[in-house]
Ligand binder design. Structure first.
Ligand SMILES: Nc1ncnc2c1ncn2[C@@H]1O[C@H](COP(=O)(O)OP(=O)(O)OP(=O)(O)O)[C@@H](O)[C@H]1O
Ligand SMILES: [Mg+2]
Length: 317
């Protein structure tokens, strides 16, 4: 694995700007680990339903681990159901819970209560991470496909906020237990995904700084969608000197130079991410304008576990 730090963790949060490829990276990480023999579950939160598209399966039902591929499962957190379970575990009078859950006022309250949806979501993820059967963990890896950066960070911070603000009692204790796992540097790793563009990179740099300042274990940065560099610097300069009377050759040379220019800009963004986060980002290639399914995930998994043959040369060896 390119990043042993990420490979060692049991609970992995995949975070990043909207649309950078969090769901694809979460699915590719799951694919890499499952084929290495680990039992993996990918948790979808905040009503996302990307796993069923990526693995061409029926929609993952809520709150039930569902097999997507060998040793790889999907899990969709249903916040309403989780809130009901949460209440039932704290209010021991079942009819009262039923009454509450049936009332519209309760649903309005639950949606508006600061941090409650995040806390129950994180509680479900935590349950997956600490689940034990016959003395051993049920899941070797729990991967969380987080909502986009701001909401993703809020999700991670929620247990800490509740354990700080809640009055002494079971809610505070539970929030504290969740916070301990989410911030555990040996058990948990946060992977920040970016694309080689200005905004996703600056958002990733800010997210890493915010999370580190709050003692969250940032384990890796991942640059998704890099165009492979096809030319060495010397080759590009040779191309730049081509003189031809044939318009087809001219056009081909211009296309090659454009592609090289684009790749150089992307590498500049990769350098910014490296310098701005003090990490060595894992590079995941752009597969082009195709619909991503299981065979594409397998190619991306190669990049994530370091078995890919794609090179990103900076200089001729
Ligand atoms: N390496 C890649 N090569 C080619 N296409 C990619 C790659 N990674 C992601 N994509 C495509 O980019 C789009 C966004 O990816 P994805 O849905 O994983 O992003 P996301 O960060 O989870 O988005 P959201 O914030 O909406 O949840 C999808 O169409 C996906 O197929
Ligand atoms: Mg997504």
């Amino acid at each position: 694995m390119t990043s042993p730090a990420l490979f060692d963790r049991r609970l992995i949060f995949v975070l990043g700007k909207g649309g950078v490829g969090k769901s694809v990276v979460a699915a590719a990480l799951g694919t890499a680990w499952a084929r290495a023999g680990q039992r993996v579950v990918i948790a979808e939160v905040a009503n996302q339903h990307r796993l069923s598209d990526l693995f061409a399966t029926r929609r993952v039902p809520r709150n039930t681990p569902t097999e997507l591929a060998t040793r790889l499962y999907g899990y969709s957190v249903d916040v309403d159901k989780a809130t009901e379970e949460y209440l039932a575990s704290h209010i021991r009078v079942r009819p009262l819970v039923d009454l509450l859950v049936r009332s519209r006022a309760f649903h309005n309250f639950a949606a508006a209560a600061p941090g409650l949806p995040e806390l129950v979501t994180l509680g479900k993820v935590w349950e997956l991470a600490v689940a034990v059967e016959d003395g051993r963990p049920v899941w070797d890896k729990v991967i969380v496909d987080c909502p986009a950066t701001g909401h993703g960070i809020a999700l991670l911070q929620t247990a800490g906020n509740v354990s700080e603000l809640a009055a002494q009692g079971p809610v505070r204790e539970q929030a504290h237990r969740i916070e301990e796992v989410v911030k555990h540097p040996g058990a948990t790793g946060i992977a920040i995904v970016a694309r080689p563009e200005e905004l996703p990179v600056s958002e990733a740099i800010d997210a890493v700084a915010t999370l580190r300042a709050d003692n969250f274990p940032v384990a890796a940065t991942i640059m998704n969608g890099m165009t492979p560099r096809r030319f060495w610097a010397e080759d590009a300069s040779v191309l730049g000197r081509v003189e031809s009377d044939d318009p087809a050759i001219d056009e081909a040379v211009r296309a090659a130079l454009r592609s090289d220019h684009h790749a150089r800009i992307e590498h500049e963004h990769l350098r910014e991410l490296t310098v701005g986060t003090y990490t060595s980002p894992i590079v995941v290639p752009d597969l082009g304008p195709i619909v991503i399914g299981q065979s594409e995930l397998s190619i991306l998994a190669d990049a994530l576990d370091g078995t890919a043959r794609t090179a990103h040369p900076a200089a001729r060896p």
